[in-house]
Design a protein around this ligand. Sequence first.
Ligand code: FAD
Length: 450
Amino acid sequence: MRYSEGWRPLNVAIVGGGIGGMSAAIALRRAGHQVTIYEKNDFAGEVGASVSCAANGTRWLHEWDVDIAKGDPVVLKKLINRDWKTGEPVSVYDLADYEERWGYVYNMFHRQKMHFMLKESALAEEGKGAPAVLKLNHRCSSIDLETNVIDFENGYSAKHDLIVGADGIGSVVRGILGITPERRPSDQSCLHANVDADEAAKLGLANYSDDSALEYWGGQEGKWDKIVLSPCNGGKLLSYYCFFPREQGDNTNQTWGAEGRPVEDLLKPYPALDRQVFNHLAIGKEIQPWRLWVHDPYPYLSKKNVCLLGDAGHPMMPHQSQGACMAIEDAAALGILFSKNAFNGNVEQTLEAYQLVRLPRATRVQAAAAKAAYNINERIGFSCNKNTATYKVEDPKNILTIEEMNAYDMYSDVNEKLARIAGIEYDDNYVSGLPVGLELPNGVTIGAKL
Ligand SMILES: Cc1cc2nc3c(=O)[nH]c(=O)nc-3n(C[C@H](O)[C@H](O)[C@H](O)COP(=O)(O)OP(=O)(O)OC[C@H]3O[C@@H](n4cnc5c(N)ncnc54)[C@H](O)[C@@H]3O)c2cc1C
């Protein structure tokens, strides 16, 4: 099926040069468009932490010929949930056959390295399509939805055919599209700390690097306390996300990037925590607050020739480790929709299809991430470990599973949604990108009558 009559190269603006913005630049340059990225900052002096990139994100890095080695990832072998007090494993999800099953590995990156890797791909002379142009210190202040002119605080303005708002959780573009988030501070707070794996080893502390695993302490019994350890930088850095009830410390209005917090703040909520991981936290550095706001799903993702992508369009709690993957998937959807095979020259209509493809999937992950905040059994992977003694989920038929994330075929989903918009019958054996007949571990069979 071809929808491509009328394809034309577009002059695209991407507002925000984070993980999502860089990914969109790669996807759209490869689709034949001229891309300019406008970023409010200069990327200097960022303190970073780990970012998860499961197979549903990694597949696009391969498809886009991104040099993944530049991101110096750790390839995950397991997800381990440990007892809060003893550190003994409670639930383990083995990823030994993950690449074999899904075709791609589960990467754990340091955000700055991942960002650098994507930026290189977006801006490089080599590679498919024209290199994207990056304009730093350009903070978008307004967009005229009728003329497509963007104004920046530095006085610069520019007109584009397509404008992608990839400006993160505090998105200005979202407000310009008329979306006012229904949001509330989470009942959970988070401090992040980095631990140098060599330093921990010299002190004779537990050697978690060897596990190549995402490791969780707690997260059971409806409690907000949880420690998440993710190794990155080839295993040399251990990135700790430390969650606790908000009443024990409110970071709602704190910003990431200010001077680091004292280690006492990090240790205070955890008197009963397994001493092995507690001793790691005691040598934690660059301790930063992570603001946690719960956003209800937004009603739409695009208006006229402007769309939202990544955290700007569907900010989520970090508990499914899918924030970056969802931004990458958004970018992939734009790349496919604006490709020579699909784009018919009508930007507004193509963005309607983008919204039909992206909104249901991203908001499903968003809802599952909020649930996993206080119940780790809702987390993709653990959600299928039904033999765990403490296993309990809100709705067994609605758990989010690895199958749903990784068996997804975006090309089919795009074709289905384009067909719907064009009023053409869609006859492929897929429903919203999942193959008809696929039995999900939650008991749902794709395409079966309910
Ligand atoms: C500095 C920083 C550090 C982060 N560190 C981590 C981490 O360690 N671990 C993790 O899991 N997640 C981290 N995140 C969040 C994570 O990157 C995102 O959740 C995810 O990758 C989705 O990316 P995004 O591109 O939608 O949003 P973001 O990564 O937040 O990127 C948004 C970009 O838009 C820019 N921007 C904002 N407003 C404007 C404007 N008005 N005009 C122009 N540009 C604008 C921002 O400076 C930023 O570069 C971090 C985000 C930032 C900005």
